[in-house]
Design a protein around this ligand. Structure first.
Ligand code: NAP
Length: 285
């Protein structure tokens, strides 16, 4: 029986990245739908749950993607609402690679240094990756701040994280590089989660900082989020700071993403969200 992965994307086009990784993770066929919303997803879910019976059902799975965490989470709720009794299939939530990327980055940091009680700053943490990374760091017991160019966006992100994960992160405004340099004063961990190709800090803002132990940057496209690291850094020590660049994190992210796709087809009731994906990332890191 063919393994079918249905990609429900909240964006105007289904993600090519998620389609490729769907195949590489073991799906025989990946079918992407765009502009999927809680209002139009019902019929799509019906097609996944009423077509195969018994153990055969585990050969059908759903992947929820797109560039908006809140829309992805709302879509996940709507999908789960359609399930009843054995009429369900496994589902993974990973808008913009948020869960897999954040889980890989935080798992690598956790392997490098103790996170509990550490002061961690997630720079430009209002996107899907940054919000998940902030939540995972806080769940590990770090004292987390999350920056945004806008105080209001930082506060909204902190509220959404608390509502979903029950952990508090401190919203901080970091309007420009010099403000963000102040935001990382006294920090022990810095995770840069800014948009692609956006520099968030100069090397001088973090390299000679006496408290920073480890930094991670998920942006792979120059200029990198943190000047002074290389995208390929994977635990490289620079001036006493352990560094992880986007490609150093991306290797684990891709392995993790593929492993999660394989996991979806092992049963018909798996739910792969931040907690499940992070637990696997820690095993794989
Ligand atoms: P995103 O939503 O595109 O951007 C994150 C935040 O960056 C935004 O919320 C915004 O925050 C801030 N930002 C945007 N333009 C900015 C500017 N000019 N100056 C300062 N801040 C700016 O990002 P995402 O989807 O969460 O992804 C985060 C990063 O992870 C991206 O670089 C993406 O390419 C990367 N990524 C890496 C991997 C990997 O395997 N390494 C996988 C997936 C994604 P405010 O507007 O609130 O300031």
């Amino acid at each position: 029986m063919k393994k079918l992965l249905f990609l429900f994307d909240t964006d105007p086009m289904p993600s090519v990245f998620d389609t490729v990784v769907g195949y590489d993770g073991g799906a025989d066929r990946v079918t992407g739908y765009a502009n999927v919303t809680p209002d139009n997803v019902g019929g799509l879910v019906d097609g996944t749950i009423f077509t195969r019976g018994g153990q055969d059902k585990q050969n059908t799975a759903i992947f929820i993607g797109g560039g908006d965490m809140a829309k992805g989470e709302a879509l996940l709720k709507a999908v789960q609402k359609k399930f009843f009794g054995p009429f369900r299939v496994s589902v993974m939530l990973d808008p913009n690679g948020s869960n897999t990327t954040a889980a890989a980055g935080v798992a690598l940091l956790a392997k490098t240094t103790k996170l509990k009680g550490k002061k961690a700053v997630v720079l430009a943490g209002t996107g899907p990756v940054g919000m998940r990374a902030a939540a995972l760091l806080a769940q590990e017991g770090a004292d987390v701040s999350l920056t945004s160019r806008s105080k209001e966006r930082a506060e909204n992100a902190a509220r959404a994280i608390e509502a979903r994960f029950g952990v508090k992160v401190k919203p901080v405004q970091g309007a420009d590089e010099s403000a963000r340099a102040k935001d990382v004063e006294g920090a022990e961990i810095v995770l840069a989660a800014g948009a692609i190709g956006i520099e968030l800090l100069k090397a001088s803002h973090w390299e000679h900082n006496s408290t920073i132990e480890a930094v991670a940057d998920v942006n792979a496209q120059p200029p990198l989020g943190l000047e002074g690291i290389e995208a390929t850094d994977k635990g490289k020590e620079r001036d006493g700071v352990i560094c992880f660049g986007a490609l150093g994190i991306g290797g684990l992210k891709l392995k993790l993403h593929r492993a999660c796709i394989g996991w979806l087809f092992e049963s018909s009731d798996a739910l792969l969200d931040a907690e499940e994906i992070y637990a696997l990332a820690k095993e794989m890191a």
